[in-house]
Design a binder for this molecule. Structure first.
Ligand SMILES: [Zn+2]
Ligand SMILES: [Zn+2]
Length: 402
């Protein structure tokens, strides 16, 4: 099969950082190969042919050498990236019929790894916190797409456990379906941190995750006001269309949040201006140090900052988070939701909620025309500059051409 294969190496990381840092460009650790497809890993494993596979911000970070080394320790190489996948079932021992159109829930937790008894987090119904991901059962990997044993969506074939699959309703096309994974991330972040009816919510960053957070806030919660920060014009328009009450550019974020929340502006001599007062609840979706710093500086005392975008090593002044007694929380992936949102009858898998939400939201409108694997350089460059080009999600069509 044809596959895009990533072999992270320390020199590769250094080179990718240098090259990526100056030109936003080359992805030195990735190559297009012909290799045997991954083996089925046991009973209940299914062979898949990816129809579309998205490019996630975390993929770009990993390929450019910007991702945290922490995550490198929870992957195995060489791996085929691609964890946003809609695929056709094509054989294997699972309970799925050949030809079924499915989305992959990529978490590689105890249930998927055949670890019995499951780890404490899986036993508690929180598979996203699984403690077996460093290599119990089979090779290390947080998710399909970071694991040498399962393969990922950027290839002609991959394998998955039958419990990872969700049937795609006929009403959703492939582009809607490839957005179900990021939509599940957004719904999980919102359902675990539901805004109250009086809350003014700030969303920092308007790439795929930021836009889907706005959509999820409107779909599954009832905040009083949603203030979005978007860098590019196209993102601003989409943020407003998806339900933000106010959209501003990063350079006027402080002024806008101050006006919206009647906060006080403080301008010190040796510090960037910040607010006293601010948003009740902030979703940081850029995954950047500056995004997190301004999220903390625009959230009121006693409020919550949710890290949705994948952060890395960063130099951040945490004094305001300390002084404000902020809750600084991570929101990783999805799992089972039990309470909190207006749209949840407990308990349900986040993916089931996302599949339902996708039918109302039709997130496929945020997906560019898919590209074949051969065009990976173009695809990755497009994904890295999506915002400035007025695009959101770039995806591969792994069965296309040849
Ligand atoms: Zn992702
Ligand atoms: Zn586990």
């Amino acid at each position: 099969m044809r596959a895009l294969e990533c072999t992270p190496t320390v020199p590769g990381y250094a080179l990718a950082r240098v090259a990526g840092g100056t030109r936003g460009g080359p992805f030195t650790m990735l190559r297009l190969t012909h290799r045997p497809p991954p083996e089925l890993l046991g009973e209940g494993w299914v062979r898949l042919r990816p129809r579309l596979a998205g490019i996630c911000g975390s993929d770009l970070s990993a390929l450019r050498g910007h991702a945290s080394p922490y995550l490198g320790a929870l992957a195995s190489s060489p791996f085929v990236p691609g964890h946003e996948v809609v695929a056709t079932v094509d054989g294997g021992g699972g309970r799925w019929r050949d030809g079924s159109r499915v989305v992959v829930e990529p978490l590689l937790h105890c249930g998927v790894r055949g670890v019995v008894p499951p780890c404490p987090r899986c036993a508690a119904g929180e598979p996203q916190g699984c403690e077996s991901v460093a290599g119990d059962g089979f090779a290390a990997g947080l998710q399909s797409g970071y694991c040498a044993a399962t393969g990922g969506g950027w290839a002609g074939e991959m394998v998955a456990h039958q419990s990872q699959l969700h049937e795609v309703p006929a009403g959703l096309d492939d582009r809607d379906a490839v957005m179900v994974e990021p939509l599940a991330c957004a719904l999980h972040a919102v359902l675990r941190n539901p805004p109250g009816p009086d809350d003014r919510v700030l969303v920092v960053g308007a790439g795929t995750l930021g836009l889907l957070i706005i959509a999820a806030l409107r779909h599954a919660a009832r905040p009083r006001r949603v203030i979005a920060v978007a860098k590019h014009d196209g993102q601003s328009r989409l943020a407003a269309r998806l339900g933000a009450d106010v959209v501003c550019a990063p350079d006027v974020m402080l002024r806008t949040v101050r006006f919206e929340t009647r906060a006080r502006l403080v301008e010190g001599r040796a510090v960037a201006p910040f607010l006293l007062g601010g948003a009740d609840l902030t979703f940081e979706c850029s995954g950047t140090a500056s995004g997190l710093q301004s999220a903390i500086g625009c959230t009121r005392a006693g409020g919550t900052v949710v890290m949705v975008g994948m952060p890395g090593r960063a130099s951040i002044d945490l004094a305001p988070a300390w002084h404000r007694e902020l809750s600084l929380r991570g929101a990783y992936a999805y799992g089972v939701e039990t309470a909190g949102g207006t749209a949840v009858e407990p308990p349900r898998r986040t993916f089931a909620i996302a599949l339902e939400a996708a039918q109302a939201l039709r997130p496929g409108r945020l997906v560019d025309d898919p590209l074949p694997l051969e065009d990976y350089r173009r695809a990755l460059t497009r994904a890295a500059s999506a915002g400035s080009r007025g695009a959101v999600k770039v995806a591969f069509a792994p069965q296309g051409e040849g």
